[in-house]
Ligand binder design. Structure first.
Ligand code: F6P
Length: 319
């Protein structure tokens, strides 16, 4: 294989740049040309491509976002759009692709493989919603951002003796809420995998207040519902003054943690190695400390499970 393409797609995540850097530098070190595709599958369809070199990826390992930019492409979901993308790849001589993104992007990677372009998917999403891998690139940074926010909100929560609800991202997955809630010592963690038990949340708040607790942090995963509505219900049911914060896209930005940079570097490099071994239609992951690869279709079919042990531990420790 002489020419490899690389793109980032879907919601960006901190560490995507480190993954791009690893793809470009590993491929060039092994004698390949690398074409960077701008704005994900949309850019692929519309020919937004340019050759990358060692310096195109200089000074990016510590930067959030994605230097290749990103997009969510409806056109690529159509047969017509995919044909256009294939045509562009042929024109640029791309023989293999690395796609960095979440589940939708990996579905696209599977489609590219089916079109005859060997493609490797690298999981880049803050959501950590892919069961086949222990971690996705960006999750650790997002969790740290939320933990930082919890500390700040707890200060004012204590001063006022309030309950504070913090709504975090994750789509249908509660991993950001669960991990940040455990790390930040939240009083309650509400995630879609378990659902909302409003009476339980209120009971905990009242018990805590009666024990002299001055603050209460409730971590709410967006997949369950909105923080503002929940705050109003809690205030009405408990009489405890409640405030809501929606962290939003702050969780998607910022300099990636060392963990995410290392993960992204290993995954990006592995994707290139697999292409050069003649493989395609694989998704990269991490299991324990091992970087693994599995069939993309299989990877996407494995249903995300709740980490029950972590959830129960967080519940016990938050008393
Ligand atoms: O998938 C990443 C994610 O940040 C989700 O957690 C969130 O629901 C969604 O993307 C937000 O998407 P957008 O950036 O399009 O608002």
């Amino acid at each position: 294989m002489k020419t490899i393409g690389v793109l980032t797609s879907g919601g960006d995540s901190p560490g995507m740049n480190a993954a791009i850097r690893a793809v470009v530098r590993n491929a060039i070190s092994k004698g390949c040309k690398v074409i960077g595709v701008k704005r994900g599958y949309d850019g692929l369809i519309h020919g937004q491509l340019e050759e990358m070199n060692l310096s195109s990826v200089a000074d990016i390992i510590h930067r959030g976002g994605t230097m290749l930019r990103t997009a969510r492409s409806d056109e690529f979901r159509t047969e017509e759009g995919r044909k256009k993308a294939l045509n562009v790849m042929r024109i640029f001589g791309i023989e293999g692709m690395v796609v960095i993104g979440g589940d939708g992007s990996l579905k696209g990677a599977e489609a590219l493989s089916k079109l005859g372009i060997p493609t490797i998917g690298v999981p880049g999403t803050i959501d950590n919603d892919l069961e086949y891998t222990d971690y996705t690139i960006g999750f650790d940074t997002a969790v740290n951002t939320v933990v930082d926010a919890i500390s700040k909100i707890r200060d004012t929560s204590t001063s006022h003796g309030r309950a504070n609800i913090i709504e975090v991202m994750g789509r249908h997955c509660g991993d950001i809420a669960l991990h940040a809630g455990l790390a930040g010592g939240a009083e309650s963690i509400i995630i879609p995998e378990v659902g909302l038990n409003i009476d339980q949340v209120c009971r905990k708040l009242i018990k805590g207040k009666n024990r002299g607790k001055l603050h209460s942090i409730i971590l709410l995963a967006e997949g369950v519902g909105g923080a503002i509505e929940l705050g109003a219900t809690i205030e009405e049911k408990t009489g405890i003054e409640t405030r809501a914060t929606i962290l939003g896209h702050i969780q998607r930005g910022g300099s990636p943690t060392a963990f995410d940079r290392v993960l992204a570097s290993k995954m990006g490099a592995k994707a290139v190695d697999l292409l050069l071994e003649g493989k395609g239609s694989l998704a990269i992951g991490i299991k324990g400390s091992d970087i693994i690869s599995i069939d993309i279709q299989e990877a996407l079919e494995i249903k995300k499970q709740l980490d029950k042990g972590t959830y129960e531990l967080a519940d016990i420790l938050s008393i």
